[in-house]
Design a binder for this molecule. Structure first.
Ligand code: MOS
Length: 735
């Protein structure tokens, strides 16, 4: 089904099931430990052996020799696979560096071998006996030191490397008020709870992979390419995922090495990447250096806005698209943005929750705060004054919906923003310096094809099948709500089956596009099923009403169970959007308000209150959506105050590569968080009239924390994270 915009009144708009705060339908499975995650699927393949992955201990160079003799002779060892004996491997389209390294080494902890044994302990013990001799080469590990090597990338996502409108340089030079500041964001790790894990089983030349992956079709496709086998011979199954945040968008070493290990051992093999390997073996959010220049009139009108971002990546990797939001968020006649990319010999940088905007907003929204101070203006008012309802680079494109101003106003009112003292370092509460900060939230909304299959059976139940994934977001539930609404059955009558490459190809989970697009695909399939049922009964399909388990038309009504008949009725369809994304700019908006306390003596920072107001189209399930936003806000606090992968610039690896060394917020770090959604429907987004929310909540959250720290202390830290060592020397004198 092609989406014709604007969406008209349709069965979803009944809002009998959609739009209600519904608990997760798979919740009981998760809270009772019976949802089977990849590594726990002891039942799916008999006689599972265990694989242990060995990572390179150098960052760059080559393997001179591998001695496997001792390991092969170790008890229980079934097979050892290295690049030498793996057979010919291609590189999948979506991995910058090969998942199995050797003889060339592309980065530290790149997998160089898998040892398969009959127990995990024996595989691990034997792995210690594998001797790898490396020839080390010099590598480039320090982004700041090699900015002169940066080139202009051709990003796959996030628009072109450069944009320019008007005459930025002249307008900036002529502006009576100028801000020119540089911000840095560090490398960050996804640090999801469930590690990358796979069970692989071969049946002749066909392989089945029970794994943890956000994008089933991409994964199956790349697996087939890597192994050089037909796509039909690869099946990926991933019904439950313990977090992804972008780290599971693509295949990782566990999938490939489980398949290779199973082929070599002649039995099924299970592999989980051990936690200390994950941080350097897989991907991370790359560090950025961002320079922002803004010129404004004294009345606060922005006349020039420029944003340049430098990032690094392994050869073949993408830039961090940190300038994306600056192209769209504020008005201003003269503009420029630029992304530059340097080749680094660190592990691959790639998408992490809100790639681009999460890092970009950490800089832009502090810059706006700094500009407001220079202007002597309230930062809420400054943002409202520079609102735009059109894409400022392409004024013919309107935003489909844009309620940034409404989010700001509503949030300011609810948070008590008027009580903020604009003079920093003035508010005390006992030993704490207290400050408030604000930032906008902004993240684009992407529309993309998504398919599903629905079946009505003779019990009156509706089964939905799609390769969509649920990475903890609530996909199962919103898909069930959609089918229930469309078919006029209670939620309990819907069965949802996800995450299997045998099912129709969905949009998958990424870029906060999953909620709107996957349900729109289910909508399309349900529309087709409704038509098929109506036709079968001889009803006029335009008049047929589906309600309370009954389909009726005129004075006839038939229970769905009866309509299904013995064989049931099935329909499959996809939602497609044509060039809708070219016609309208689709984005989601919000405002973050934060109050922090900074210990006047120790500079310890505590978040005291946070409020986010979001406008993101129809909210399909306010309970699940709220969870997404407060989770993202929590991640924003991590980005502001804690999270950083520390680069060893001599040897080229992330030093703090476990959950003890890589700090993320825990419950004790997070106060009660509040968030609300503005009432919004977006008829340009899909028949669901919904947009994404999963990433919006992190965008701007860190900047709001940073701005609150400044308001509390008068200290502007432009190098994230804002750890207390960066404050303590500069803390104001207190009595
Ligand atoms: Mo998201 S970083 O595209 O999973």
């Amino acid at each position: 089904m092609r989406f014709e915009h604007p969406a008209t009144f349709n069965p979803i708009d009944q809002l009998k099931v959609i739009g209600h705060p519904t608990s997760r339908i798979e919740g009981p499975l998760k809270t009772t430990g019976t949802a089977s995650y990849a590594y726990e699927r002891h039942d799916v393949a008999p006689n599972q052996a265990y694989g242990y992955v060995i990572g390179s201990s150098i960052a760059k160079g080559r393997i001179a020799a591998i001695d496997l003799e001792a390991a092969k002779a170790a008890p229980g060892v079934l097979a050892i696979v290295t690049a030498d004996n793996a057979g010919r491997l291609e590189k999948g389209e979506r991995n910058a560096a090969p998942l199995l390294g050797g003889p060339e080494i592309a980065h530290y902890h790149q997998a160089v071998a898998i040892v398969v044994a009959d127990s995990f302990e024996r595989a691990r013990a034997a792995a210690q006996l594998v001797r790898v001799d490396y020839v080390k080469a010099d590598g480039k590990f320090d982004l700041a030191a090699i900015l002169d090597t940066a080139s202009t990338p051709k990003p796959q996502f996030g628009g072109p490397a450069d944009t320019a409108v008007g005459d930025f340089a002249s307008a900036f030079a002529a502006a009576p008020v100028q801000l020119d500041a540089t911000y840095t964001t560090p490398d960050q790790a996804h640090a999801m709870m469930e590690p990358h894990a796979t069970i692989a089983a071969w049946d002749g030349d066909r392989v089945t992979l029970w794994t943890s992956n956000q994008m089933i079709a991409w994964g199956a496709d790349d697996m087939a390419k890597t192994l050089g086998i037909p796509k039909e011979n690869v099946r990926l199954i991933s019904p439950y995922i313990g977090g992804g945040f972008g780290g599971k968008l693509f295949l990782r070493a566990d999938v490939l090495l489980a398949a290779l290990g199973a082929r070599a051992a002649g039995r099924s093999v299970k592999v989980a990447l051990q936690r200390p390997l994950m941080f350097n073996n897989t991907t991370h959010r790359p560090a950025t250096i961002q320079r922002i220049r803004i010129g404004a009139e004294r009345d606060g009108r922005i006349t020039a806005i420029g944003h340049e971002s430098w990032s690094g990546n392994v050869k073949g990797g993408e830039p961090e698209t940190a300038v994306s939001q600056t192209r769209l968020l504020y008005a201003g006649a003269n503009r420029m943005s630029a992304m530059r990319l340097s080749e680094l010999d660190l592990p691959e940088g790639n998408a992490m929750r809100a790639p681009g905007e999460a890092s970009g907003m950490m800089a832009l929204e502090v810059a706006i705060d700094e500009l407001a101070e220079k202007l002597g203006m309230d930062p809420v008012a400054l943002r409202i004054n520079n609102d735009t309802q059109v894409d400022p680079e392409h004024p013919e494109r309107r935003f489909s919906q844009r309620q940034l101003v409404e989010c700001m106003r509503e949030g300011a009112e609810r948070f008590g923003w008027s009580r903020r003292n604009p003079q920093p370092g003035q508010v005390r509460d006992g030993g704490w310096l207290v400050g408030m900060g604000i930032a906008a939230a902004f993240r684009n909304n992407l529309v993309t094809k998504s398919a599903a299959r629905v079946r009505l059976d003779q019990s009156g139940a509706v089964t939905v099948e799609t390769d969509m994934t649920d990475i903890g977001t609530g996909s199962y539930t919103i898909i069930a709500q959609t089918a229930a609404e469309m078919m006029g059955v209670p939620l309990e009558k819907v069965i949802v089956r996800l995450g299997d490459s045998d099912f129709p190809v969905s949009c998958g989970s990424g870029g906060q596009w999953g909620g709107n697009n996957s349900t729109a695909g289910v909508y399309a399939a349900c529309m087709k099923l409704r038509e098929t049922i109506a036709q079968k009964l001889g009803f006029n399909s335009a008049e047929a009403a589906f309600s309370d388990g009954v389909v009726s038309s005129g004075n006839r009504s038939v229970p769905l169970a009866q309509a299904a008949g013995e064989g049931g009725i099935m329909a499959e369809d996809a939602i497609e959007y044509g060039d809708l994304a070219k016609t309208y700019q689709q984005s989601t908006f919000g405002a973050h308000f934060v109050e922090v306390g900074v210990d006047a003596a120790t500079a310890e920072i505590r978040v005291r209150r946070m409020l986010a107001v979001c406008a993101a189209g129809r909210i399909l399930n306010p309970k699940a959506a709220r969870s997404q936003v407060i989770g993202a806000m929590t991640m924003g606090v991590g980005a502001a105050l804690m999270e950083a992968l520390v680069v060893d610039k001599r040897h080229g690896f992330f030093v703090n590569h476990d959950l003890a060394g890589y700090e993320v917020p825990v419950h004790a770090d997070i106060p009660h968080l509040d968030m609300i959604f503005l009432d919004e429907t977006d008829p340009m987004s899909s028949p669901m009239k919904a947009k994404g929310v999963g990433e919006l909540g992190i965008c701007g959250a860190a900047a709001a924390v940073a701005n609150a720290v400044y308001n509390a202390t008068g200290i502007r830290v432009r190098e994230y994270p804002i750890t207390l060592d960066k404050l303590i020397e500069r803390m104001p004198e207190v009595g």
